[in-house]
Ligand binder design. Structure first.
Ligand SMILES: Nc1ncnc2c1ncn2[C@@H]1O[C@H](COP(=O)(O)OP(=O)(O)OP(=O)(O)O)[C@@H](O)[C@H]1O
Ligand SMILES: [Mg+2]
Length: 388
């Protein structure tokens, strides 16, 4: 007998439906997992084995094959544990396979049988909503899943309670919808003393959605001004807040399903790698430029970033999205950001200050600023700041 359970694979902010097929047949005892699983998915065998043992079930001493179909789509993430376990349980006749066809299941299994959080539940819920299915997800992510309209959500704490619900011996309560957080004022522009030109530049950048570069000596308030920007930007509209939350969901950063109307503010350190900034890596994850989608990406000490890393931002700044191409996957993340950059005018930071003149002035200004490429500078308006 073959049992089928539906789940999803995440490709950027898109969910592709994946069918987990399980077959138990004669042969030497073996548990095969096929269908392009990555390391996390392959390890799911061990978690499923232990979780089933924790609820008092042993796998039959037969040849077990689990296929993740379509087999040519790369699968990554630990959320395949729960659908794999359900497919096994259905094949073993512990639960009704027919009943599971109305549900899409995502969730990681702990060794003691708990269903624990995994990234991307909001995306899975929106997919379930579009195909008219219900969603089975971890208890703590029920509030996140409830944001998708019209999706029945089953959020079990562990495998035992899920099996109990499917058998009708207990009823899992519908989880509440996550909360909406209003935009909280961060730093207030009022606390910036003087720097009228820079404040005006910040207001114009906020009003027009322009990129901005602040150049000034250390301690002149560049970082302070940048942190005031989200406070003077309008709050996210409900549709925008959902879009931002989808990116956070894939990155596993959506806490308790709470959706915030505050514009994101991301300030990565200048040692950030290209994968950290624009997305990608072994498991394709959104980078800082996507986590700042519809908000502010603040790059402090701009010339200290590696040059290829900075230049990798040129495409997203122009198109509003990042395309991450891998040999076996092509993923797009949104990246509509307002770039705010800050830098000192030269390496010592005090160029032009007669009190602290170093013997490299004015050559040092040119040397320092040529670390930035012309096309990147073209994409921002700049304001110079004087010492306080
Ligand atoms: N114009 C200002 N009004 C009020 N506080 C200020 C002002 N400028 C600087 N400060 C305060 O001085 C400290 C240093 O400012 P900040 O870190 O913003 O400087 P910076 O220009 O980013 O320096 P660096 O080039 O070293 O990064 C902060 O505590 C900030 O609150
Ligand atoms: Mg600073």
């Amino acid at each position: 007998m073959v049992a089928l359970v539906r789940t999803v694979a995440y490709l950027g902010l898109e969910a592709r439906e994946v069918e987990v097929q399980c077959h138990i047949g004669p042969g030497l005892p073996r548990f095969n997992l096929v269908g392009l699983p990555d390391k996390a998915v392959s390890e799911s065998r061990e978690r499923v084995y232990a979780a089933l043992a924790a609820i008092g079930l042993a796998l039959p001493p037969k040849r077990i094959t689990v296929n993740l179909s379509p087999a040519d789509l790369p699968k990554d993430g630990s959320h395949f544990d729960l659908p794999i376990a359900l497919a096994l349980l259905a094949t073993m006749g512990v639960t009704d396979a027919e009943q599971l066809t109305d549900w899409i299941a995502v969730g990681e299994l702990a060794l003691d049988g708990r269903v624990v959080a995994s990234p991307g539940v909001l995306i899975a819920a929106l997919h379930a909503s579009s195909v008219g299915s219900g969603l089975i997800c971890p208890l703590e992510q029920g509030p996140e899943a409830r944001w998708a309209s019209g999706v029945p959500v089953l959020a079990p704490r562990d495998l035992t309670s899920l099996l109990g619900h499917l058998k009708g011996s207990l009823v899992l309560p519908e989880p509440p919808r996550g909360m909406i957080e209003d935009a909280q004022a961060g730093n207030d522009l009022k606390q910036v003393k003087g720097q009228e030109t820079a404040k005006r530049a910040l207001e114009i950048a906020a009003a027009g959605g322009h990129n901005l570069m602040m150049v000034g000596p250390p301690g002149s308030g560049k970082s302070l001004l940048a942190s005031c920007l989200p406070g003077i930007l309008p709050p996210l509209s409900p549709a925008e807040a959902l879009e931002v939350s989808m990116v956070q969901s894939v990155a596993g950063m959506l806490e308790a399903g709470r959706i915030s109307r505050a514009r994101p503010f991301r300030a990565p350190h200048h040692s950030a790698s290209m994968a950290a900034l624009t997305g990608g890596g072994l498991k394709v994850r959104p980078g800082e430029v996507s986590l700042a989608h519809l908000g502010v990406l603040f790059l402090d000490k701009l010339p200290e970033f590696q040059r290829p890393v900075l230049d990798s931002l040129r495409q997203p700044l122009e198109t509003g999205h990042v395309d991450v191409a891998r040999a076996n996957a092509h993923v797009t993340f949104p990246a509509r950001v307002q770039l705010v950059a800050a830098m000192n005018p030269c390496r010592c930071g005090y160029a032009g200050d007669p009190a602290r003149n170093c013997n490299k002035y004015p050559r040092c200004i040119g040397d320092y600023q040529t670390r930035l490429s012309g096309p990147l500078l073209d994409r921002s308006t700049s304001t110079s700041m004087s010492a306080r």
